[in-house]
Each structure stands twice: as structure tokens, then as C-alpha cells.
Design a protein around this ligand. Structure first.
Ligand code: HEM
Length: 164
């Protein structure tokens, strides 16, 4: 439970997480759902322009979230909260789950801008299937899977560090 001495603002989920961590935990559900909807729109309904803007806005929102999250972590840390006491340390299992999460999070941060910039340069405007389609489908599916795994491993880290 929340210790009033933890640095930073307490979260809203009633766990040991900070407000920023809680909001990010919840936001990742929206990110995964919106991404799946956007891919469904392009795959089954050929709404290319809609797909383009949803993906660009999603990437912008994610970038802003990452910046706020990094600021919270750098300013307030997270290990006191994970340990359940000030000056405490997170368990090796929590650290392992964080490293696994970071593998996906870091590659997503690198892959998403590449997929978007290549799509903007190589699809016509307004967007439509083109020579770039095959390459886009390969890299964009990889980027989407990477984001899904970022979310799943992030939720796992949150649970191990701030709930259990
Ligand atoms: C990280 C961002 C993006 C992701 C994850 C993503 C994801 C995808 C996926 C998974 C598909 C394939 C759906 C299928 O199997 O049929 C697709 C198709 C497509 N995307 Fe994206 N996309 C992204 C950004 C963009 C952007 C910025 C544009 C436009 C400039 C764009 C334009 C298209 C088009 C035109 C298709 C249809 C290709 C075809 O069927 O020939 N995408 N996208």
C-alpha cells in the first residue's frame, strides 16, 4: 500500500505505483486497442487515410507519454515503491522483468519512427497500396507485435514491482 513518504504523486489504482506509472499502465490498454482498430481499418476496410493519421497521432501520444514517464522515473525513482519501503531495493525477479520489458520498449521506440517515416516517404499522398506495401506490411506487423509485447511485459513489470 502507499507509503506517504514515497517521492512523487501517488497513483489512482491503489497499488504502490506512482500516478504516472498508473496512467501509463492504463494508457497501454488504449494504445493496444486503438492500434488493433487502426490495423483492422486498413486491412478489412481499406481506410488508408484514417490508418495513417491514427498511427501518427498514436506515435505522438506515445512519445509524449515516454517523456513524462522518463521524467517521473529520473526525478522520483521507482525502487522505493517496488520494495514497499524507503531505501529498499527491488527483487532480482523485478529487475529481470524490467530488462525484458526494456528490450521491447527500446526496439519499439526505434522501429515506430522508421516505419512511419518510410511510409510517409514511399506511399502516395493520400496513402494507397504501392510498391512499398510488401515492405510496410512486414515491418509494420513487426512494429505492431513489438508494441503489443511492450505492453504485455510492461503490465507484468508493473504487477511484479507495485502490486505483488
Ligand atoms: C508505426 C506505425 C504503423 C503501423 C504499426 C502500421 C501497421 C500496418 C499494418 C500491420 C498493415 C498491414 C495490414 C494487412 O495485413 O493488410 C498496414 C498497412 C498499410 N499501412 Fe500502415 N502502419 C503504420 C503507419 C502507416 C503510415 C504512417 C501510413 C501512411 C503514410 C501507412 C499506410 C498503410 C497503407 C497504405 C497500408 C496498406 C498496404 C496494402 O494493403 O497494400 N501506415 N499498416
Amino acid at each position: 500500500m502507499a507509503d506517504p513518504n514515497y517521492p512523487g504523486i501517488h497513483g489512482i489504482l491503489g497499488t504502490r505505483g506512482s500516478l504516472v506509472l498508473d496512467l501509463l499502465f492504463l494508457a497501454m490498454f488504449a494504445v493496444v486497442l486503438v492500434m488493433a482498430w487502426s490495423i483492422g481499418q486498413v486491412k478489412y476496410r481499406r481506410r488508408y487515410q484514417l490508418h495513417k493519421w491514427v498511427q501518427i497521432v498514436l506515435a505522438g501520444v506515445l512519445l509524449a507519454a515516454v517523456i513524462v514517464f522518463e521524467a517521473d522515473i529520473r526525478l522520483h525513482g521507482w525502487e522505493d515503491r517496488a520494495a514497499g519501503q524507503m531505501g529498499g531495493h527491488a527483487s532480482p525477479q523485478v529487475w529481470m522483468s524490467l530488462y525484458i520489458h526494456l528490450c521491447f520498449a527500446v526496439t519499439s521506440v526505434l522501429l515506430w519512427p522508421v516505419v512511419i517515416i518510410r511510409a510517409l516517404r514511399q506511399f502516395p499522398n493520400p496513402p494507397a497500396p504501392a510498391a512499398h506495401s510488401a515492405s510496410h506490411k512486414f515491418w509494420a506487423w513487426l512494429a505492431a507485435a513489438d508494441m503489443l509485447l511492450t505492453a504485455v511485459t510492461g503490465w507484468t513489470f508493473y504487477y511484479l514491482a507495485f502490486v505483488r
